[in-house]
Write a protein that binds this ligand. Structure first.
Ligand code: NAD
Length: 366
C-alpha cells in the first residue's frame, strides 16, 4: 500500500467519527479551519439557522485533543440554538472554538485571519467573545468581517456582554429561589460561585448587594483576589466548592461540572449559574438532580442575556426593548419550572422542549 493511500484512509476514518458526532445533534454545517502562516486552527459549528443566522462566541482553549474541541463546539452551538429560541430572539445557534497552542502568537494577523474565516460563511455565522476572547479581539476581527458582535463601545458596539449575562443569571437564580422557597429574597442565602471571571465577578456583586453570603473559588488567583476584595466574599479551594453547606451552587467557570461525582457531593437545593453545558450528560444528570430534589435552572435559559445584548447589535434594538427581553428571564424560568412539574420531567428537558417548539413552528411543521 502506498503512503498516499494510507493518508487518504486515515482521513476517511476521522470523517466517519465526525459524522457520528454531528448526526445525532443535527448540525447544519461544521467548518474546520487552519492557517499555516499564523498557526490559527479551529472549528466553527453552525447548528441551526431556522430562526435566523447562527450566533455564538469564539472560545480559545488549550484542548487536550481535537475530539474534545469538536465535542465542545458541537455542544456549545446546539446550546446557542436553544438559548436564542427560548429567549424569543430571531437567531440560530453557532459557535467557534480555537485550539489554543502556547507556541502560537495571538497577534493581529492571527485574529484577522479568524475574521476572514468567519467572513467566508457570508453571515451564516456571527461571532462574539467567549472564554479567552474579548471586545479588543472583536475590534480586530471586525477589520475583516461585518459578521461580529460584542464590539467595543468605541467601535459602535454594545461592549462586553458579560455584565448583562451576570444580571440575567441573577434574575434566573432569584426565580429559582422563588420556586424553591416561595420568596425570591436572597437575604442570608448561602451561594457557592465557581469561577469569578467576567460573569462570575459581576454576579457576586449582585448577590452580595441582595444580602447573600457568597463563597467563591477560581484557579486564577488574580480574579479570585479581585472578587474577594471588591465584595468581601469568602474564598475556598477549587475542589471544596462541591462540598459546601450552601443553598445554591452557581457554576460560572466551564461546563460538565454537574456529573456523577459532584451530584453525590452537592448539598444545595438549587443549581443556577452562567456556565454553558453544566450537565455532563443531559440525559442522565437532569434526572439525577430531579430525583435528588435539586432544582436546576437550565443554563442556556438563564445565561441568555449576553446573546440578547448581541442581538441588539444585529437588529439595532432599542435599549428598552433589550432590557425587556432580559427581564423576561425571570418569568420564563418560572414558566419552565411549571412545565417541568406538570410533565414530571427534568427542567432541562422542559426548556429544550419549549425551545424546539418555537423552531418547529417556524419551520411550518405545526
Ligand atoms: P472567564 O474566562 O472570564 O471566567 C471564567 C473563570 O473560571 C476564570 O476566572 C477561570 O480562571 C475560572 N475557572 C476555570 N476553570 C476553573 C475551575 N476548574 N475551578 C474554578 N475556576 C475555574 O469567562 P466568563 O466570560 O466569565 O464565562 C464564564 C462561563 O459562562 C463560561 O462557561 C461561558 O461560556 C459562560 N457564558 C458566558 C457569557 C458571557 O457573556 N461572558 C455568556 C453566556 C455564557
Amino acid at each position: 500500500m502506498s503512503a498516499e493511500t494510507n493518508v487518504i484512509k486515515s482521513v476517511e476514518k476521522r470523517d466517519a467519527r465526525v459524522f457520528e458526532m454531528i448526526e445525532p445533534m443535527e448540525h447544519e454545517q461544521v467548518m474546520f479551519f487552519y492557517d499555516k502562516e499564523t498557526g490559527l486552527k479551529g472549528i466553527i459549528a453552525v447548528h441551526n439557522t431556522v430562526l435566523g443566522p447562527s450566533l455564538g462566541g469564539c472560545r480559545i482553549w488549550n484542548y487536550e485533543n481535537e475530539s474534545d474541541a469538536l465535542w465542545d463546539v458541537l455542544r456549545l452551538s446546539r446550546g446557542m440554538t436553544f438559548k436564542s429560541s427560548i429567549s424569543g430572539i430571531n437567531l440560530g445557534g453557532g459557535k467557534a472554538v480555537i485550539i489554543g497552542n502556547p507556541k502560537v502568537k495571538r497577534d493581529e494577523a492571527f485574529w484577522r485571519r479568524f475574521g476572514k474565516f468567519v467572513d467566508s460563511l457570508n453571515g451564516k455565522y456571527i461571532t462574539a467573545e467567549d472564554v479567552g476572547t474579548s471586545t479588543d479581539v472583536m475590534s480586530i476581527v471586525m477589520q475583516e468581517t461585518k459578521h461580529v458582535t460584542g464590539k467595543p463601545l468605541s467601535a459602535g458596539g454594545t461592549g462586553d456582554p458579560s455584565p448583562f449575562t451576570a444580571y440575567g443569571v441573577f434574575l434566573g437564580l432569584k426565580a429559582s429561589v422563588k420556586e424553591s422557597t416561595g420568596s425570591d429574597s436572597l437575604e442570608g442565602k448561602k451561594v457557592a460561585v465557581q469561577g469569578v471571571g467576567h460573569v462570575g465577578h459581576d454576579l457576586v456583586g449582585h448577590l452580595t448587594k441582595a444580602g447573600a453570603k457568597v463563597f467563591i473559588t477560581d484557579i486564577n488567583k488574580a480574579n479570585l483576589d479581585a472578587t474577594a476584595k471588591d465584595f468581601g466574599a469568602t474564598v475556598v479551594e477549587p475542589n471544596e466548592i462541591y462540598d459546601l453547606d450552601v443553598d445554591i451552587y452557581s457554576p460560572c467557570a466551564l461546563g460538565a461540572t454537574v456529573n456523577n461525582d459532584t451530584i453525590n457531593r452537592l448539598k444545595c437545593s438549587i443549581i443556577a449559574g452562567a456556565a454553558n453545558n453544566q450537565l455532563a450528560d443531559e440525559n442522565i444528570h437532569g434526572h439525577m438532580l430531579k430525583d435528588k430534589g435539586i432544582l436546576y435552572a437550565p443554563d442556556f435559559l438563564i445565561n441568555a442575556a449576553g446573546v440578547i445584548n448581541c442581538y441588539r447589535e444585529v437588529h439595532a434594538l432599542t435599549e428598552d426593548a433589550t432590557k425587556a427581553l432580559i427581564e423576561n428571564i425571570y418569568p420564563r424560568t418560572l414558566e419552565i419550572f411549571k412545565k417541568a412539574k406538570a410533565e414530571n420531567i427534568p427542567t432541562q428537558e422542559a426548556a429544550i422542549k419549549l425551545a424546539m417548539e418555537r423552531i418547529e413552528a417556524a419551520k411550518g411543521k405545526k
